[in-house]
Design a protein around this ligand. Structure first.
Ligand SMILES: Nc1nc2c(c(=O)[nH]1)N[C@H]1C(S)=C(S)[C@@H](COP(=O)(O)OP(=O)(O)OC[C@H]3O[C@@H](n4cnc5c(=O)[nH]c(N)nc54)[C@H](O)[C@@H]3O)O[C@H]1N2
Ligand SMILES: Nc1nc2c(c(=O)[nH]1)N[C@H]1C(S)=C(S)[C@@H](COP(=O)(O)OP(=O)(O)OC[C@H]3O[C@@H](n4cnc5c(=O)[nH]c(N)nc54)[C@H](O)[C@@H]3O)O[C@H]1N2
Ligand code: SF4
Ligand SMILES: [Mo]
Length: 688
């Protein structure tokens, strides 16, 4: 038997753990530790452990499929390319929209971005970062001039106080959770703020439970207490921050006194005071957040408030400090860096900047030009345009996303996608979204390709090919390049290897400029920015100065606003949504992993025992949950870990899809939907 071990990077979360894939007789069949990665030092979480199980599933997509009379029929690549090329050429550029993928490599994302803007010449390209950290990108860029996690994962273990707000780190970034545990062992205080007492909360020294949607009030209250007690970092505020007086005027308002914020949030005033003291007096304090902060109509406000607190306490540009926005998908950082966003090319170079537009137009050399120098539509806006303005968008090309389960208000999404004239989906499995497509293209998965991905700490790491692709599946960038060639752009897509794609990309991307495949092979890889081949990379941002042109950090005065939809008589409960450790988003991979699926085979709705009792509902019973958007049946989980008046659902399960209920209402700047708060009612199912 031929056995080999191939080192690669985990395809699930943004932590960026490395492991070895075990390959027997040419087939991936296990995961073994790779000890030299400083990120995870040989450890992995359950998803990493079983990251091989879906790879050789018999239901992988293996041939192109074309829908004829409502049924998919197998086709050759040439037939599929010819049809797509002919269709896409029949539309005006801005009638086409592309969705890129945080699951695929930087090379794949760069290829689709170039295809969209260069070959199709459309302005409309986006991806799931919109549903995730769009508010981080906007909020942290406004505060610091750069929208990324400021410190490194390893740095968290060195902190003296870790404040986790809206991140279930132990389940969603388990190997970052390990760094929190290490900080705690080193004597750090751990503070956790979340509507639910999660696995992460159970490790905390101080747990603050509150109603979803009160974050700004809580953060303002903590800042007010810090200033009243003189715990702010006067030197940092004096020398490095703008806007302190305006911020102070807001956070010192009576509205944000602990006793008043207790009323808004439900957190006892004493706990708010303790949190302020621990954060304000610690030698260093790291703030960690994720979707509990970002997925709100006030997502950008929430993010700016976390930045305010960290600047106020001098925890920016410092070891053990930082605003650690934990990016979710394995390569969501990279997909953003690659410009799979409607407003930027790679490295956040603005589409509307004429010099940038010229740089890419000249660099790519499309004889008939590229997209206009104008911003495009966000994915959430694309769905609204499709339903509200029929005919404006006619075709969609979707690589590695499953909006039919992951976008808010699925009934609306279905209506939107069904109104398209033509839709292509490029995936590794037949998903709920692919089922609606006109053409489905089979892609390789992480285990079948070389490439790079960028983790939450801006660390750019390698994937290595461990086995051949199933059937006729092809590399994502290769599919795009071959399709582009059919459309007459062979010269612009000349690549033979992933490394050639990467080298073209870095020539146009300052923060990746000094990275080469050779340098990225090292176990510790490289953190961007890394502008030259001599540059060592940058694990911690904003040391000495922020990334704004004048080097200053900007504090923003922010007032608290309630969520767009609050409970009323008809819909008396708040619904918040999220994840569990065993499953990944729409379940396309984890529900095809035997061991993970066996742990948690279906979804649930969490109810506080008092709410359950009032409704006459017992643990495990199938109940009906309804919002203004729709109704689902789902098993009840009665638990005192959730606050009274609040319910929670994971969104992984198609048979009880949380996103039937969620509200497609958006943050006005980031256009991120309010996944973390809407109003629902829960009822007993009456026997017929
Ligand atoms: N196992 C697993 N891991 C994952 C993923 C997965 O699907 N499965 N997905 C990955 C991705 S893409 C992402 S973005 C991350 C997300 O990682 P997290 O953000 O950690 O995950 P969530 O469960 O969405 O939400 C985090 C917490 O926010 C809380 N919350 C709800 N409402 C509020 C609120 O109003 N304020 C605050 N402060 N908190 C609130 C929830 O109770 C929940 O505990 O996880 C990544 N890791
Ligand atoms: N209610 C609610 N909804 C949410 C959230 C929430 O907290 N609550 N969170 C939101 C967040 S943060 C996120 S990030 C989104 C995620 O939303 P999506 O990105 O739509 O979810 P995934 O299931 O990760 O979909 C990725 C797709 O890529 C495919 N894929 C995997 N690897 C490859 C590959 O190499 N090539 C190709 N071509 N395809 C591949 C998978 O099979 C899958 O179909 O969901 C959002 N939706
Ligand atoms: S923590 Fe994230 S990157 Fe690490 S093994 Fe688990 S899912 Fe993979
Ligand atoms: Mo995400």
């Amino acid at each position: 038997m031929d056995v080999k071990y191939v080192r690669t990077t985990c395809p699930y979360c943004g932590t960026g753990c490395s492991f070895n894939l075990v390959v027997k007789d040419g087939k991936v069949c296990g995961v073994q530790p790779y000890h030299r990665s400083p990120v995870n030092e040989g450890k992995v979480c359950p998803k990493g452990t079983y990251a091989w199980e879906f790879v050789n599933r018999e239901d992988r997509l293996t041939t192109p499929l074309i829908k004829k009379d409502g049924e998919f029929v197998e086709a050759t690549w040439d037939e599929a390319y010819d049809l797509i090329a002919q269709k896409l050429k029949s539309y005006k550029p801005d009638e086409i929209a592309c969705l890129s993928s945080a699951r695929t490599s930087n090379e794949d994302n760069y290829a689709l971005m170039k295809f969209a803007r260069g070959a199709l010449k459309t302005r409309h390209i986006d991806h799931c970062a919109r549903l995730c950290h769009a508010s981080t990108v906007a909020g942290l860029a406004a505060s610091f001039g750069s929208g990324a996690m400021t410190n490194s994962i390893l740095d968290i273990a060195e902190s003296r106080c870790v404040f986790i707000i809206g991140s279930n780190t132990f389940e969603q970034h388990p190997l970052i959770g390990r760094k929190i545990a290490q900080a705690k062992m080193n004597g750090a205080k751990i503070i956790y703020a979340d509507p639910r007492l999660t696995a992460t909360g159970k490790q905390a020294d101080l747990y603050m439970q509150f109603r979803s949607g009160s974050d700004v009030a809580i953060l303002n209250c903590i800042m007010g207490e810090i200033i009243r007690n003189g715990w702010e970092d006067k030197e940092w505020v004096q020398n490095r921050a703008k806007g302190y007086e305006e911020l102070k005027a807001v956070v010192l308002k009576d509205d944000y006194l602990p006793e008043n914020v207790e009323k808004i949030s439900g957190i006892p005033a004493e706990q708010l005071k303790t949190a302020a003291e621990w954060i304000g007096t610690a030698e260093s304090s790291a703030l960690l957040y994720s979707m509990g902060i970002t997925q709100h109509t006030v997502g950008v406000d929430n993010v700016k408030s976390t930045a305010n607190l960290q600047m106020l306490t001098g925890n920016i540009g410092k070891r053990g400090g930082g605003v650690n926005a934990l990016r979710g998908q394995n390569n969501v950082q990279g997909a953003c860096d690659m410009g799979a966003l409607p407003v930027v090319f790679t490295a956040y170079q603005k589409v509307i900047d004429p010099a940038v537009h010229k740089k890419f137009a000249d660099g790519w050399g499309f004889p008939d030009g590229i997209c206009e120098s104008k911003n495009g539509y966000e994915v959430t806006v694309m769905m609204d345009v499709l339903t509200d303005n029929p005919g404006e968008l006619k075709a969609m090309y979707i690589m590695g996303e499953n909006p039919m389960l992951s976008d808010p208000d699925i009934t609306h999404v279905e209506h939107a996608l069904k109104s398209l004239d033509f839709m292509v989906v490029q995936d590794i499995f037949m998903t709920e979204t692919a089922a609606l497509a006109d053409v489905v293209l089979p892609a390789t998965c992480y285990a079948e390709k070389d490439g790079t991905q960028t983790s939450t700490e801006r660390r750019v790491q390698m994937w290595h090919k461990a086995q051949e692709a199933p059937g006729q599946a092809k590399l994502d960038w290769q599919i795009i390049a071959e399709l582009a060639a059919k459309m007459g752009y062979a010269d612009q897509f000349p690549w033979q290897t992933s490394e050639e794609v990467f080298n073209e990309m870095r020539s146009l991307t300052p923060s990746y400029g000094g990275m080469t495949y050779e340098r990225l092979e090292k176990p510790e890889a490289l953190h961007w920015p890394c502008p030259t081949e001599e540059h060592p990379g940058t694990p911690i941002l904003h040391i000495g100065k922020c990334s704004h042109p004048d080097g200053m950090g900007v504090m923003h005065p922010i007032e608290w606003k309630p969520p767009a939809e609050v409970p009323d008589e008809e819909y008396p409960l708040v619904l918040t949504t999220g994840r569990c450790i065993w499953h990944w988003h729409t379940g396309s991979m984890t529900r095809r992993s035997e061991h993970l699926d066996a742990e948690v085979p279906t979804g649930w709705i969490e109810l506080n025992p008092e709410d359950a009792k009032a409704l006459g509902i017992v643990d495990g019973e199938m109940v009906k949950a309804t919002s203004r958007r729709g109704t689902i049946n789902v098993p009840a989980k009665v638990t005192k870990d959730i606050m009274k008046g609040v319910t929670f659902m994971p969104f992984h399960f198609a048979e009880c899809a949380a996103n039937v209920l969620t509200n497609n209402v958006l943050d006005p700047i980031a256009k991120i939907p309010e996944f973390k708060a809407c109003a629902v009612k829960v009822e007993k199912i009456q026997e017929a």
